[in-house]
Design a protein around this ligand. Sequence first.
Ligand SMILES: C[S@@+](CC[C@H](N)C(=O)[O-])C[C@H]1O[C@@H](n2cnc3c(N)ncnc32)[C@H](O)[C@@H]1O
Length: 209
Amino acid sequence: MGLLKMIFGNTRKPQGRLGKMMTKSMNGYSHAKMAEWGMQYLQGIQPSSVCDLGCGGGANVKRLLERYPQAAVTGMDYSEVSVAMTKDLNAQAIAQGRCRVILGDVSNITLPAVSVDLATAFETVYFWPGLEKCFREVYRALKPGGHFLIVNEADGEDGTNEKWEKIIEMKIYTRAEISDALQKAGFTEIRTYHHDKKSYIAVLAGKNG
Ligand SMILES: C[S@@+](CC[C@H](N)C(=O)[O-])C[C@H]1O[C@@H](n2cnc3c(N)ncnc32)[C@H](O)[C@@H]1O
């Protein structure tokens, strides 16, 4: 269990060499499939300012830059390893002034209030220190009419929660728990989705315009 904890602890906050390896693997196939599945629910949303929270290795920052060529995209993560890898992967967009990557904790988002059209969080809310508190921070950063998309690989419904919660310091939430915290933080028009074969979930919430 000690070794597993050491390896998978790097999903919570990538650090050092193992963290670099983990971040690289998070940019790979399985997260890509899940992210692409979740992003289908963004149809009809045309943001000019996007922020990917808990951006990890930056693959979704890259995807968002491609999806929204007119938008400025910010990646944010509290891990220095994640920030470095996201910068590396998106160096061209950074040089073009379309992308920036900041070191920061979602419990205290330093972006100006009312500055973001779309916030995203892929495979990261499990680790956030209190959903409602962090969701309030996201709400504050969003413009009226803005959206917040959460995508998780684990739905909290298949009985494997305890196993992972023992290995990694994390909390696997159901769609109902996420929706409840979003509502308490002020979000409206909350829609939830479940993959028809896998345990992927997506939750899309809006800030009233
Ligand atoms: C499992 S990785 C997912 C990375 C990426 N979103 C993806 O889907 O590949 C979780 C990421 O969330 C970040 N994270 C966890 N808690 C955070 C917090 N409180 N503030 C900012 N980032 C956080 C971690 O550092 C890590 O890079």
